[in-house]
Design a protein around this ligand. Structure first.
Ligand SMILES: [Zn+2]
Length: 293
């Protein structure tokens, strides 16, 4: 039987759910117990799911509605907030890790990129491909998952190389001319956002004579960001000031990623906790994501 090592491999989510619902065999129970002793992430998920499961069971003595699974899904994503997901190198011939990913093999024809290295995380199920080719355009990293929320606008980090890449809508980040030393020894990881905000276009409709020049966006997890709009002759821009992150005002270094369907931009905020971004299309929703170190 597989062993779940500290930090490197979590039991599948379905197994954790089965554990909470007391549907596991004795051996499986013992294994999960041992893992929960060392893994805060899975412990948090099990605790949250237990509360949810119990409350629903009390409410409906009969069968557990599908809603519970949808809620479990949301809890799971909430538990991923700000997490670092370590990736492991997928070694050729290790066919115990056949990963059934729908987006696999979807590459357009005519690409001259060679796959240099494939890495993966088992739970959540994500694959990272590092691609190299003769042209700068052929050099990129591609994240693949059935769950796009795990791969779009996240950070791909290689701490030993001191490099960090922000993925686009489709989970891709260009490497361009970056010369990276890509070996099996280099650790790669994903960083999930600590806070996500959506700025609706209505809020800064430039066609209205009067529109709010400043708004504060907040999440239900005590994250707050102040948005200031400026109309300039050459376009629109917004200035973001991070007020609070997870209820704290001393949150340290934060990277901000601002995306519209057309473009994605990112900036590291300074001591003034602000960053300014140009907005090309004032009619689309602006997605704002904060990443702590
Ligand atoms: Zn775990």
């Amino acid at each position: 039987m597989e062993e779940y090592k500290r930090d490197s491999l979590h039991p599948p989510r379905e197994t954790l759910i089965a554990f909470v619902e007391k549907r596991l065999e004795q051996a499986g129970i013992e294994q999960i117990r041992q893992h929960l002793e060392v893994c805060e992430f899975c412990r948090e998920f099990c605790d949250d799911y237990y509360l949810l499961y119990e409350s629903l069971r009390v409410a409906e003595q009969e069968e557990l509605p599908l809603e519970a699974r949808a809620l479990a899904d949301r809890l799971y994503h909430a538990a991923l907030t700000g997490r670092v997901i370590p990736l492991q190198v997928l070694r050729p011939g290790a066919d115990e890790h056949e990963l059934p990913l729908a987006a696999d093999g979807d590459r357009q024809a005519g690409s001259s990129s060679d796959q240099v290295l494939t890495l993966y995380s088992e739970d959540p199920e994500i694959v990272l491909r590092i691609m190299r080719g003769p042209q700068p355009d052929d050099n990129y990293v591609q994240l693949i998952s059935d769950d796009m929320s795990l791969v779009s606008h996240v950070l791909i980090q290689a701490p030993q190389l001191d490099r960090e890449f922000v993925t686009d809508d489709h989970g891709r980040a260009e490497l361009g001319d970056e010369r990276l030393e890509i070996t099996d020894e280099v650790k790669w990881q994903l960083k999930m956002p600590d806070a996500v905000f959506d700025l609706e276009p209505l809020v800064y409709d430039p066609n209205k004579t009067e529109y709010s020049r400043q708004v504060t966006l907040e999440t239900d997890r005590q994250d707050r960001v102040e948005v200031t709009f400026e109309r300039k002759t050459e376009g629109k821009q917004i200035t973001l000031r991070v007020l609070e992150l997870d209820g704290r005002e001393d949150f340290g270094d934060v990277k901000i990623v601002v995306s519209t369907p057309q473009a994605s931009r990112h900036a590291q905020i300074g001591d003034d906790k602000t960053a300014t971004f140009a907005i090309d299309d004032p009619d689309s929703t602006v997605n704002i994501r904060l990443f702590t170190k």
